[in-house]
Ligand binder design. Structure first.
Ligand SMILES: C[S@@+](CC[C@H](N)C(=O)[O-])C[C@H]1O[C@@H](n2cnc3c(N)ncnc32)[C@H](O)[C@@H]1O
Length: 485
C-alpha cells in the first residue's frame, strides 16, 4: 500500500529535523516575531517550527499543487474553495464525487496516479491496484491532511516564488528556515501527470541547482538582519568539490550518510552547536568512530562515550586525506593555513576525539626548537562544560605527545622542546588556550579579526594526567556556571 512518504520525495531526514530542533532550543525564539518557511514542500519541517513558535507567526510558501492544496487547507480555507481558487481540473474518467477534505485528497491522489509511470508490467499492476483501492488511499490521505491541520492550523500559506519571499523578508526579528531544491529537475518530474491534472500553476521557475541561485542566497543573507538556517545538500567536505562559498556561515549540524554524502545545516548567525550525526552501521574501512560523550553532573562523570583516568589514549598517524576529511567534518569555518605534513588522530578507547596536523619541517631543517601545530580540531559536544578542544590542546602540549611525534618522525639530531600554533579569532585571545599556551604576538587582519601567535614548552604530563586535569576543570566550570560565574 502506498505510504505517505512515497507520495512526496525530498523531505528532510529525521536527524536533520532534530538538528534544527536542537538549535531552536538553544536560541531565544522570543526575539523573532515572524518565521518564514519558503519551499515548504510536505510541511515536514514546518512541523518542527510549530513546536517552537506560534503557528500564527509562521509564513509558508511553495509552488507545487501538492503544497498549495494542503497549505491552503491548513491555513483555514474550505476544501471546495481551494479547488475553485486553484482552478484544479481532473480528467472526466476520474471520479470526482468527494466531499470535504476527501475532495483535496482526491486531487492529490489523482496527481499521484497520473504521474506514476506505467511502462512495464509491474507498474501497470501498481496503477491497477491504485484504482482498485482508490477510496482507501483517499481516506488515508485525508487522515494525514487532517492530522497536519490539527498540528499546524493557523499558519499562513501562499503560492509564491522563494526569490520574492526572501527579497521581502530581511528585517530583524525574522527567522527563516529554507531547504531549497539543490539538484536540478527533481521536483517537477515527480509530479508530471502529462497534462492530466491541471491547475492555474504559477509561472515560476524552479529554484534548482544553478550555483548562482543558492550562492545568491548565501551571499545575500551572510550579513542580513534576518536570521536564516539553510539545509545544504551538496558536499563541502572535499575541498576540490566545493563550488560554494560558505564563508560567514556557521555549520552547526552534519548528517553523515557515507564518505561522500553529507547534508548540513548552516546558519548565518553563530551558534554554540557543532553536531555530527552518522548512521552507526555504515562504518567504512578508513573511517574511525567519533567520540561523543556528555557530562553527567549528578555522577560527576562523562557518559555515552567514556572519559576517565582509565581511558586508553592513543595518537595514531593517519593519511592526509583522511585527516582533512575529519577536519572538514568537525570544522565550522576553515580559518587560516591548515596544510600539514604529518597528520594524526587522538583516539580515546578507539574513538576519535581530535584530529591534528603538524608541520615539523622547520624544526627538522633549522633546528628551531619547536614544532608547528597547523590544526587541532575536535567534534565539539555541546554537553561538555568545557570544550573538548581544550582537552585536545592539553594532549598536544604534553610531553607524551612530544614523544609520540619523535616516534613518528625521524628528527635525527634535531630536537624540540615546545609547540607553536596560530589562531584566527574575532577576539584578542582564544579562551580555550588560556593557561596552556602563551601569546607571543598578534596582528590585526584587514577583516578586523586577530591573528594570534601562541607558544608553550611541553608540559611534563601524560595523556591520562591531561584527562584528570580536564575533568577537574569541567567540574569547577560546572560549579562556576551554576553559581552564576
Ligand atoms: C527539498 S524540498 C523542501 C522540503 C520541505 N522542507 C519539507 O519539509 O517537506 C524543496 C521545495 O522547494 C520548492 N521550490 C522549488 N522551486 C521553487 C521556487 N522558485 N519558489 C518556491 N518554492 C520552490 C519545491 O516545490 C519543493 O517543495
Amino acid at each position: 500500500m502506498l505510504m505517505w512518504k512515497k507520495l512526496y520525495k525530498g523531505i528532510e531526514a529525521k536527524p536533520l529535523r532534530q538538528g534544527l530542533s536542537k538549535l531552536l532550543h538553544e536560541v531565544d525564539t522570543d526575539r523573532y516575531d515572524k518565521v518564514i518557511a519558503p519551499c515548504c514542500g510536505r510541511f515536514a519541517t514546518t512541523e518542527v517550527l510549530s513546536n517552537h513558535f506560534d503557528n500564527s507567526d509562521i509564513y509558508t510558501s511553495d509552488i507545487l499543487l501538492f503544497s498549495s492544496v494542503i497549505g491552503k487547507y491548513i491555513g483555514g480555507q474550505e476544501p471546495q474553495d481551494i479547488i475553485d481558487e486553484l482552478n484544479v481540473e481532473l480528467p472526466n474518467e476520474w471520479e470526482q464525487d468527494y466531499e470535504g477534505v476527501d475532495c483535496l485528497s482526491n486531487v492529490l491522489f489523482a496527481q499521484k496516479y497520473y504521474s506514476t509511470k506505467h511502462n512495464n508490467y509491474y507498474m501497470e499492476n501498481v496503477r491497477k491496484e491504485f484504482l482498485e483501492n482508490k477510496d482507501v488511499y483517499v481516506g488515508k490521505l485525508s487522515e494525514k491532511i487532517s492530522g497536519l491541520k490539527d498540528k499546524l492550523g493557523g499558519i499562513h500559506y501562499e503560492v509564491k516564488d522563494v526569490r520574492d519571499v526572501l527579497e521581502e523578508n530581511r528585517d530583524e526579528n525574522v527567522f527563516i528556515y529554507i531547504n531549497p531544491p539543490w539538484y536540478k529537475g527533481g521536483f517537477p518530474k515527480q509530479f508530471d501527470t502529462g497534462g492530466m491534472v491541471s491547475w492555474n500553476s504559477p509561472d515560476i521557475e524552479q529554484f534548482d541547482n544553478h550555483p548562482e541561485d543558492a550562492q545568491g542566497v548565501l551571499d545575500d543573507f551572510r550579513d542580513s538582519e534576518a536570521d536564516m538556517v539553510m539545509l545544504v545538500n551538496v558536499p563541502d567536505i572535499h575541498s576540490d568539490l566545493d563550488e560554494y562559498d560558505f564563508s560567514g556561515w556557521d555549520k552547526f549540524f552534519v548528517l553523515k550518510r557515507s564518505f561522500n554524502m553529507h547534508k548540513y545545516l548552516y546558519s548565518n548567525f553563530e551558534t554554540d552547536l557543532s553536531l555530527v550525526q552518522r548512521r552507526k552501521e555504515d562504518l567504512e574501512y578508513d573511517e574511525i568512530p567519533i567520540w561523543s560523550g556528555s557530562w553527567n553532573q549528578e555522577e560527576r562523570k562523562v557518559e555515552g562515550d567514556w572519559l576517565n583516568k582509565y581511558s586508553n589514549v592513543n595518537f595514531v598517524k593517519i593519511d592526509r586525506k583522511t585527516a582533512e576529511y575529519y577536519r572538514n567534518l568537525f570544522l565550522k569555518n576553515l580559518k587560516g593555513d591548515t596544510s600539514a605534513n604529518v597528520c594524526g588522530a587522538f583516539l580515546v578507547d578507539g574513538k576519535m576525539i581530535g584530529v591534528v596536523g603538524i608541520d615539523p619541517k622547520q624544526a627538522l631543517k633549522d633546528n628551531l626548537g619547536y614544532i608547528h601545530e597547523t590544526f587541532g580540531i575536535s567534534p565539539i559536544t555541546p554537553e561538555m562544560p568545557k570544550s573538548i578542544c581544550r582537552l585536545l590542546m592539553m594532549f598536544i602540549t604534553s610531553s607524551e605527545f612530544k614523544q609520540d611525534i619523535k616516534n613518528l618522525v625521524n628528527f635525527g639530531t634535531s630536537d624540540f622542546s615546545g609547540v607553536k600554533t596560530v589562531c584566527i579569532s574575532e577576539n584578542r585571545r582564544v579562551n580555550l588556550n588560556n593557561g596552556l599556551l602563551d601569546i607571543t604576538d598578534r596582528e590585526k587582519l584587514p577583516d578586523g579579526r586577530w591573528k594570534i601567535y601562541y607558544y608553550t614548552d611541553f608540559y611534563d604530563k601524560s595523556y591520562k594526567e591531561c584527562i584528570v586535569e580536564y575533568l577537574d576543570e569541567c567540574e569547577r566550570r560546572y560549579r562556576g556556571l551554576n553559581n552564576g560565574g
